[in-house]
Write a protein that binds this ligand. Structure first.
Ligand SMILES: [Ca+2]
Length: 341
């Protein structure tokens, strides 16, 4: 830690270093510099998160105390008159990449005291309190079902990968840092969402496709997002060259399809129930916007036994009845249990 000031009448007897020598007998005396400003600056040597700055002008101080938020250190107490005649800032001398904010302290490597209405600054001591570089022992309390790699506790400065508990998927940020005892996200907060539970009789398609991935963004809008058991991810498809928009699931083999549920969200779904003829009986939201067909594709099978209330097929196709794009958050295909071909 070193100190500088705008100017002093006596470098040896009243230099800036005397403001940080832990001795109240000695003091620095700051007078206007060449540009007329009056300032005392303490260089910390590395980035700290500054919690408080305490200034001793007299033996029976502290005379002023500034308390920092994550934005500034303008909260000044002790002597209101003195507070108004000085400003205190914490800033960076060295270039630094964005640090995630920590509550109740201001990052910086330089602390600058400026006199705004007095001719001199006399400093017996200036004390800079940095936030304690504690280990991180517990998760950020606003995060639910998040687990870290490495597991907590970790020391200050550790970079963490954020995952979710079993049966949950992370739809938010996936990195964090242990800063001053807090786990702080470095991009965005994680968001662990419980995965959709498979229903009794639900069969997982062996492949899925749709007419045209919007923006050609397979990660964000691809058809696999409709069968990943995640209510947040979704497929998003537009019309193909024929002008129709559709989503198709191919099953591992021919099943007798009982019903199909389309989830727009966890709460909003529509269900197509099958008779032995078709799966046209729809209940729920926006039924008129879609048709659902179950068919046998790619193989000729004759004499399949007819089972009541289900349709034999290895392909489930959802088509939009009018032109346009559509989302599909999840599709669940439920087949008759115990019916095999
Ligand atoms: Ca999904």
């Amino acid at each position: 830690m070193t100190a500088e000031q705008s100017a002093t009448p006596d470098e040896a007897g009243q230099g800036a270093s005397l403001a940080i020598d832990l001795n109240l007998e000695t003091y620095s005396l700051t007078i206007p510099g060449p540009d007329g400003t009056i300032w005392l600056k303490v260089l910390l040597g590395k980035i700290h998160c500054v919690d408080q700055v305490i200034w001793y002008n007299s033996f029976d101080g502290p005379d002023l105390t500034w308390t920092c938020s994550e934005n500034d250190c303008s909260d000044c107490i002790e002597d209101p008159l003195f507070c108004h005649s000085h400003t205190l800032t914490v800033s960076y001398e060295q270039a630094v990449s964005d640090l995630p904010p920590v509550a109740g302290c201001k990052y910086g490597d330089a602390v600058k005291l400026v006199s705004v209405s007095r001719d001199i600054i006399m400093t017996r001591e200036i004390v800079i309190i940095g936030k304690q570089e504690d280990d991180c022992t517990k998760m950020n309390s606003t995060w639910s079902k998040v687990v870290t790699v490495p597991v907590l506790p970790v020391i200050h400065g550790t970079t963490l990968t954020l995952n979710c508990d079993t049966d949950y998927t992370n739809n938010g940020g996936n990195t964090a840092t242990c800063l001053y005892g807090q786990v702080v996200s470095t991009n965005q907060d994680p968001y662990c969402r419980e995965m959709r539970r498979k229903l009794v009789g639900e069969t997982t398609p062996s492949s899925v496709e749709h007419s045209c991935t919007v923006d050609r963004d397979e990660t964000k809008n691809g058809p696999e997002n409709a069968v990943d058991l995640n209510y947040v991810s979704r497929s998003y498809t537009g019309p193909d060259s024929d002008g129709t928009s559709w989503f198709q699931a191919t099953l591992d083999k021919v099943h007798c399809v009982d019903f199909v549920i389309i989830f727009d969200t966890e709460e909003f779904a529509r269900t197509w129930r099958c008779s032995e003829k078709d799966c046209s009986v729809c209940g729920g939201d926006k039924c008129n916007d879609y048709t659902l067909t179950v068919s046998i594709q790619g193989q000729i099978l004759s004499d399949l036994p007819l089972v009541s209330d289900c349709v034999n097929g290895n392909t489930v196709k959802l088509e939009k009845t009018n032109i346009g794009q559509f989302y599909l958050f999840e599709i669940a295909i439920i087949v008759k249990i115990g019916v095999t071909f």
